[in-house]
Design a protein around this ligand. Structure first.
Ligand SMILES: NC(=O)c1ccc[n+]([C@@H]2O[C@H](COP(=O)([O-])OP(=O)(O)OC[C@H]3O[C@@H](n4cnc5c(N)ncnc54)[C@H](O)[C@@H]3O)[C@@H](O)[C@H]2O)c1
Length: 339
């Protein structure tokens, strides 16, 4: 089988994970080059993964003729420009979410992708590639839930990582763009519909620092979709129990709850605290398989000449909705139309 030879940029929290997966967990991929501006970390990761082609300059990596594709896991604000550089050098692109940190930047990325119809582009909304979410989507399409009434998305980071979260916060684009964007994507994907009206709430309930970049440590948004489905999302940064992403889909014939108990194993502990299960402590562990599946699918799309299932337009749409949520939150929770 042909392998897609990949150059990967950004070797931080998630970039390191993607690089490890490409190097050893994805059968149709090979890791041909690495890029990061942090030279010490770049050398360390390259050494660990046995990669000899390393770059501080992204454009130089993209000029390598032996690379088929670029995986972008750099800070979100760099995505549109790096997509452009990669595609202008003839590379297929997988880019982490969000597509860009403004709607205008997303439009620039759309223009780049449209200018290169011969190249594949895929955005990293990995929840769509998690086996439980894939199963739920199939059941919805099969009509098992009847008409969808409400989707509830719940995404919280653990308090154990609050220092990192606060350090990353000012550059993240805020909770709606950085975190809730995954739930926004799920709502669009699971219903096939788009938000019509939105009403966002939130505040600093524990960590006032979030207010200094106009964000909240806990935020939420209620939406009415164009097909009248109701949706509710909650995003938090300091859950005492762990890293928890849960989605509930309520239909006229039944409901599905995906991961109401966010536990990595089947063990139930009986001790002085009572009867309990342990929770995931980081998102990496929860989405391990989904991260592998999404890059595998990206490579398959290149090899089989198929259109990738998450498009540049999904990136713009989710960013636009996230900003509208942010606008509602910042305006003191005005009810806003998406038009
Ligand atoms: N899908 C998910 O579940 C998920 C989870 C976490 C992060 N992300 C996304 O992944 C991206 C990276 O997030 P992270 O948490 O790994 O960030 P990070 O800050 O941990 O890592 C970013 C890396 O990019 C490097 N970098 C910065 N500027 C660069 C440049 N000009 N050229 C090359 N390298 C450069 C930094 O040195 C760092 O190693 C973000 O867009 C984020 O939204 C997605």
């Amino acid at each position: 089988m042909k392998k897609v030879r990949i150059g990967s940029v950004g070797l931080g929290r998630l970039g390191y994970e993607h690089a490890k997966n490409i190097a050893s967990m994805i059968p149709n991929a090979e890791l041909g080059a690495l890029c990061d501006v942090d030279e010490a970390n770049l050398k360390k990761v390259a050494n660990e993964l046995g990669v000899s082609n390393i770059y501080i300059d992204f454009e130089k990596m993209c000029r390598r003729p032996d690379l088929d594709a670029i995986v972008i896991v750099s800070p979100s604000s760099l995505h549109p420009e790096q997509i452009k550089i990669a595609m202008e050098n003839g590379k297929h692109v997988f880019c982490e979410k969000p597509l860009g940190v403004t709607v205008e930047a997303c439009k620039d990325a759309e223009a780049t992708v449209e200018a290169h119809p011969d190249l594949k582009f895929m955005l990293g909304f990995m929840r769509r590639f998690d086996p439980s979410y894939m199963n739920a989507k199939k059941r919805i399409e099969n009509g098992d839930l009847g008409r969808i009434i409400l989707i509830r998305g719940y995404s919280v980071d653990p308090i154990s990582s609050i220092e990192n979260t606060i350090a990353y916060g000012p550059h993240s684009g805020g909770q709606f763009l950085d975190m809730a964007v995954h739930d926004i994507d799920l709502i669009r994907w699971l219903t096939g519909s788009e938000p019509d009206r939105i009403w966002a709430l939130g505040g600093c309930y524990e960590f006032e620092e979030f207010a200094s970049w106009n964000d909240g440590d806990n935020v939420s948004c209620t939406m009415q979709l164009k097909d009248d489905t109701m949706a509710f999302i909650f995003a938090g940064r300091a859950a005492p129990h762990g890293s928890h992403v849960e989605t509930e889909i309520i239909g006229t014939k039944g409901a599905i709850r995906i991961s109401p108990v966010p536990t990595p194993d089947l063990n139930v502990y009986y001790d002085e605290h009572g009867v309990r299960q342990e929770a995931y402590q980081d998102f990496m562990m929860r989405w391990q398989q989904a991260y592998i599946n999404e890059i595998t699918e990206f490579c398959d799309c290149i090899i089989e000449d198929r259109t990738p299932p998450v498009s540049v337009y999904d990136g713009t749409a989710t960013t636009r909705i996230a900003y509208r949520c942010k606008e509602s939150f910042e305006s003191g929770s005005k009810l806003l139309s998406m038009d």
